[in-house]
Design a protein around this ligand. Structure first.
Ligand SMILES: Nc1ncnc2c1ncn2[C@@H]1O[C@H](COP(=O)(O)OP(=O)(O)OP(=O)(O)O)[C@@H](O)[C@H]1O
Length: 222
């Protein structure tokens, strides 16, 4: 990997949804999704992808993850076409991913994380357990939705990713956990030059971590 090579590069990307409706009126439709998208992101950058519902954020992240084939253009991760080469250092975490990773059986968190390779990434796993305030003795079927989402995030983030595509994954986290997680992501970008794209339709104060590392909250006037 060359040091000056962009982590993400998109040239003249055009995408249409090809949808077959099986309910009346049955037909095959092409819906415009994204048109002539161009951008490149350097290694170590953190990017907020902001847009209203239906703007195309998830579509763009799916494409970057190589999960949707495009009709025109180029999409590259570290100089390689995302549709031609599988990159295990590109990780997508979104609501669809969370549903698939949503184990609700009676399994203890430590066993659950080990079953997906947690023992190989013990150091990062332990750091995330701390940040996300996860107890290894929890039983997956007996925790809240927010706690389960924290375990899922630990699972998704503990590996060796270099590009992270996050689709609204912090919406059901409590304020303190979200704060710590966003800080962790910014550190990952600063310290090991990981590249992060975070899609959201809610721009809120916590994202200030992403924009300005030295930001401190203003003091209230007396
Ligand atoms: N399979 C599909 N067939 C046709 N249109 C689709 C399909 N999937 C998504 N779309 C349309 O593409 C547009 C973009 O959807 P997308 O899920 O990327 O939006 P989003 O910006 O992530 O929205 P949200 O913030 O609500 O998650 C929407 O208008 C949606 O209706």
């Amino acid at each position: 990997m060359q040091a000056d090579q962009p982590a993400v590069e998109i040239n003249s990307l055009t995408f249409k949804h090809n949808t077959l409706f099986t309910a009346p009126p049955e037909d095959y439709y092409e819906f415009p999704g994204l048109r002539d998208v161009n951008f490149s992101l350097p290694r170590g950058s953190v990017t907020l992808l902001i847009g209203g519902n239906g703007a195309g954020k998830s579509t763009l992240l799916y494409i970057l993850a190589g999960k949707r084939m495009i009709q025109e253009g180029e999409v590259k991760a570290f100089g390689r076409d995302v549709f031609r080469s599988f990159a295990d250092n590109v990780v997508y975490l979104g609501t669809e991913w969370a549903m698939r990773a949503g184990v609700r059986g009676d399994i203890v968190v430590s066993d659950f994380l080990d079953s997906v390779g947690g023992y190989r990434f013990k150091e990062r796993r332990d750091r995330l357990l701390d940040i996300l305030d996860i107890n290894l003795d929890w039983h997956m079927h007996a925790i809240s939705d927010g706690e389960r989402r924290r375990v899922q995030l630990c699972m998704g983030l503990m590996g060796n990713w270099d590009i992270l595509l996050l689709d609204e994954v912090t919406v059901d986290l409590d304020v303190l956990t979200r704060f710590s997680l966003l800080k962790f992501l910014k550190q990952e970008a600063n310290e090991r030059k990981a590249t992060i794209i975070y899609a959201t339709h809610i721009f809120e104060g916590h994202f200030i971590h992403f924009l300005e590392p030295s930001y401190s909250y203003p003091k209230l006037r007396n």
